[in-house]
Design a protein around this ligand. Structure first.
Ligand code: PGA
Length: 237
């Protein structure tokens, strides 16, 4: 990880926001930016709500459950629209959102075409799952994967049950940007409050069993970590 940076943050949301804004400011005009959903980025989203975004960007959807409506409460792009884009005064381009009702295989191919048309991903801001997933790239996903349909791992469905009422409310399939798609982003910012899996991903073997371990090969990775995670990373550094 010699070319990468670890930001240890007492004020996690503020540090994540600052890194996101810095990356957006250093990118071309109207950059293509992947924003994460889930619990980890909540405090960053709150800062976006308060401070907005000094430069506009285009939001690219990282992942979405199959079969749901865009305005279903479980919809990830809806969460980003409500918690980040609307408060920051930024438009949502539906072309850059997985249409969960479309044929999923064709939809994944369409998203890849849109990314190409938009000139590639400038910044991918990601969380990490407790099983090492990034997006919905579950353990065992090939490193050369492009956007694809995936069956969610039981750990992922368990972790997300709280957001979907109960385990059975978590759809069993989703669409996600692939690992190769993510690795082509010009910059990656990983937000993490999970010490064990982050250390495994960034300090141990690069293996498809831990999808986030591929990030060790990214030439421009910034990790925004809670102090406990930063300590865990430095311990083995
Ligand atoms: P979390 O999820 O932020 O809700 O822990 C992270 C992820 O699964 O990517």
């Amino acid at each position: 990880m010699s070319s990468n940076t670890i930001i240890s943050a007492g004020d996690f949301g503020r540090a994540a926001y600052d890194q996101a804004i810095k990356a957006i400011n250093q990118s071309r005009r109207n950059p293509l930016v992947v924003m994460p959903t889930g619990a980890t980025p909540k405090s960053m989203q709150q800062i976006f709500q308060r401070l907005g975004c000094p430069r506009p960007f285009q939001y690219l959807n990282l992942d979405q459950y199959c079969g749901i409506d865009f305005d279903d409460p479980r919809s990830y792009p809806l969460e980003i629209q409500k918690s980040l884009l609307d408060p920051a005064g930024l438009p949502l381009n539906m072309n850059l959102v997985f249409n969960a009702k479309a044929d999923p295989v064709k939809e994944c191919a369409r998203i890849e075409r849109e990314i190409k048309k938009a000139g590639g991903i400038d910044v991918a801001i990601l969380g990490i799952g407790s099983n090492g997933h990034i997006g919905f790239n579950e353990p065992g996903t090939p490193f050369n994967s492009r956007a694809h349909v995936t069956e969610l791992a039981p750990e992922t469905r368990n972790a997300n049950a709280a957001y979907c009422d109960h385990y059975g409310g978590v759809p069993d399939h989703a669409m996600t940007l692939g690992l190769e798609t993510i690795m082509e982003a010009r910059r990656v910012i990983l937000l993490t409050n999970k010490a064990d899996i982050t250390r495994k991903a960034l300090r141990e073997e690069i293996t498809e069993d831990v999808p986030a371990s591929i990030l060790q090969r990214h030439p421009n990775l910034t990790v925004v970590a809670t102090p406990a995670v930063a300590r865990a990373l430095r311990f083995d550094a």
